[in-house]
Design a binder for this molecule. Structure first.
Ligand code: HEC
Length: 134
């Protein structure tokens, strides 16, 4: 952004006071940054990649990084740690039901905000491809 303003372009400081100039300059910076935010939302720099999801390289890190495994480790009543344990909840639809906050399922992650849409899409895509142990 080019904010070069020469002395002569500015309204005479003695007429309107320094404070107003500062307010105006900050407003310009503010408006520019708002515009930037909106553009980022409209055109995300990293599109969501959901093709050919792998249990090992995609799904396990999602479950680990979102706290699922801390609550649903090997010792929990509902164990999501390991392919065969997780597959039970794929097959009975509780995994997708809980992360998509569907009626009849307990909303997961428990007492935390819903996973972002891209993360949900990755899990759904993996399930759609047959929930392979890949
Ligand atoms: C703070 C602890 C906690 C976290 C984090 C958590 N869960 Fe749970 N989850 C629970 C509890 C408690 C239950 C109820 C069943 C039980 O006692 O194990 C549950 C239930 C479930 C169920 C069964 C839902 C149903 O209605 O049948 C699934 C599937 C599940 N969690 C998946 C996940 C996934 C996937 C994540 C990560 C995105 C996650 N959970 C994160 C505590 C947690």
């Amino acid at each position: 952004m080019n904010l070069k303003i020469s002395e002569s372009q500015l309204v005479k400081p003695q007429l309107i006071g320094k404070n107003l100039i500062i307010v105006v300059l900050f407003s310009i910076v503010g408006i520019q940054s708002c515009k930037y935010d909106v553009e980022e939302e409209l055109y995300p720099s990293t599109p969501c990649e959901t093709n050919a999801m792998s249990y090992q390289t995609d799904i396990v890190p999602i479950l680990t990084n979102n706290g699922c495994i801390s609550c649903h480790g090997d010792l929990a009543t509902l164990d999501l740690n390991g392919y065969s344990d997780l597959k039970i909840y794929v097959d009975n639809e509780a995994l997708l039901g809980s992360i998509k906050h569907r009626d009849g399922f307990r909303k997961m992650p428990d007492n935390q905000p819903k996973l972002d849409q891209c993360t949900i899409d990755k899990i759904e895509s993996w399930i759609y491809d047959g929930a392979l142990n890949n």
